[in-house]
Design a protein around this ligand. Structure first.
Ligand SMILES: *Cc1c(COP(=O)(O)O)cnc(C)c1O
Length: 428
């Protein structure tokens, strides 16, 4: 029955169904541990022969409900929640990469991701080649090495706002027999479902639109169940016996979702980057209105983008929903319901006017965040991307005068009025 429901209904209901007389809403299982009466039952947990819970570092009923909802919304076979979006990207990579391996990654990814791959994973012996959006399929293939283990992209780059060319990336992945991992944080499954466009694994920072209320940091890794690890022949961790679980082989024991099971059984167990039950409860609650919020976010963002494009105080506006944007066609193809809730613009008067504009805003807040119901702005060049050189910033799509706007769910007339008064004040 679940499969036949629309995304909106799945946002509200997920897979949680109360039995007769049980709570209508998802309860919080605020417990680190689980009671058993027979050691034989506990033994089954340690052999991964039971889906019951052992210890909340590895699984928890409330976290499981969120995982099932995320898998349902993205169309995957299973999901694992993590303590943050960074932990989701980290564990997705480390689940199949070890020292000596190589990653291909879009250069338009989130700053935290480019730092994780380009700096921190490099220290662990995993090298990444970053791919600019103009590279052709053949040029990307030429960057591949025998030890390339995955290709990583972001549906809607934060804050480059590039729309990923799914066809190009998925065809490279197929040619190289490697999984295609997509960060779908900014698009959300309401606007785009990467697994329908050739992705094999989806990662999220649930901190953004999934939560939607700026309450809980979290992440999620969704297994598409659509990659043949054995045929690829270079993923021993999934295809050879895991001695820490009595020699079980993930692709044999869990053929529908070996990636998710291994990530939970090994990486959550050993690295401990677990989501708390309380944060899972809050995020699950946020998802109940994802479809309503995204509908409003994209509508408001489109109107604000058009307003700014016509404003005499504004130099340029970047939003894939504007017909002169370089990603307009890709946006229509992969995100037909709207180009997301984030836009960027450059104010006339550059850096100084930008700083003054941010100071003058009254309703809209200055915050290091996107995806909140409250509209907020940020100057990435002096904040989130300050660790990059100017050349690297420009390669990542960040101009020095760029202001990122996460358009909220307020009445659009109030948002526009606040922008108007702040733009006027900054121009004085
Ligand atoms: C915020 C963000 C992340 C990192 O997520 P955290 O929850 O902050 O760790 C990863 N990818 C994208 C696209 C993001 O916006």
């Amino acid at each position: 029955m679940k499969e036949n429901l629309h995304l909106e209904s799945n946002c509200i209901h997920g897979t949680y169904r109360a039995a007769s007389g049980e709570p209508q809403t998802l309860p919080i299982a605020q417990s680190t541990t689980y009671r058993y009466y027979d050691s034989a039952d506990v033994a089954k947990l340690f052999d991964l022969d039971s889906a019951d819970h052992m210890y909340s570092r590895i699984s928890n009923p409330t976290v499981n409900a969120l995982e099932e909802k995320m898998a349902l919304l993205e169309g995957g076979t299973a999901a694992v929640c993590t303590s943050s979006g960074q932990a989701a990207s980290l564990t997705a990579c480390l689940n199949i990469c070890t020292a000596g391996d190589h990653i291909l990654c879009s250069s338009n990814v989130y700053g935290g991701t480019s730092n994780l791959l380009g700096v921190s994973l490099k220290k662990l012996g995993i090298e990444t080649t970053f791919l600019t959006a103009d590279l052709t399929r053949e040029q990307i293939l030429a960057e591949a090495r025998p030890n390339t283990k995955l290709i990583f992209g972001e549906t809607l780059g934060n804050p480059a706002l590039s729309v990923l060319d799914f066809e190009k990336y998925s065809s490279v992945a197929k040619e190289l027999n490697i999984p295609f991992i997509v960060d779908n944080t900014l698009a959300t499954p309401y606007l785009c479902r990467p697994l329908e466009h050739g992705a094999n694994i989806v990662v999220h920072s649930t901190t953004k639109y999934s939560d939607g209320h700026a309450l809980a940091v979290g992440g999620c890794v969704i297994d598409g169940g659509n990659f043949d690890w054995r045929a690829a022949g270079k993923y021993p961790g999934l295809c050879e016996p895991d001695e820490s679980y009595h020699g079980l082989v993930y692709v044999e024991k869990f053929p529908a979702c070996p990636f998710a099971l291994k990530l939970r059984a090994q990486l959550l167990r050993d690295f401990g980057c677990t989501m708390s039950p309380m944060n899972a409860f809050l995020t699950h609650l946020g998802l109940e209105t994802l479809h309503l919020r995204m509908e409003r976010h994209v509508k408001n963002a489109q109107i604000l983008a058009e307003y700014l494009a016509a404003s005499p105080y504004v130099d340029w506006v970047f939003y894939p929903g504007l017909s002169d944007n370089p990603y307009y066609e890709l946006g229509k193809k992969y995100m037909p319901l709207g180009a997301g809730g984030v836009l960027t613009f450059g104010i006339k008067g550059g850096l100084a006017a930008g700083n003054e504009f941010v100071k003058q805003l009254k309703l809209v807040s200055l915050a290091v965040h996107v995806g909140d119901i409250r509209s907020c702005v940020l100057h990435p060049s002096s904040t989130t991307h300050r660790q990059l050189s100017e050349a690297e910033q420009i390669a990542a799509g960040i101009k020095p005068e760029l202001i990122r706007v996460s358009v909220g769910c307020e009445n659009i007339e109030d948002i526009v009025a606040d922008f108007e008064q702040a733009l006027k004040a900054a121009a004085k």
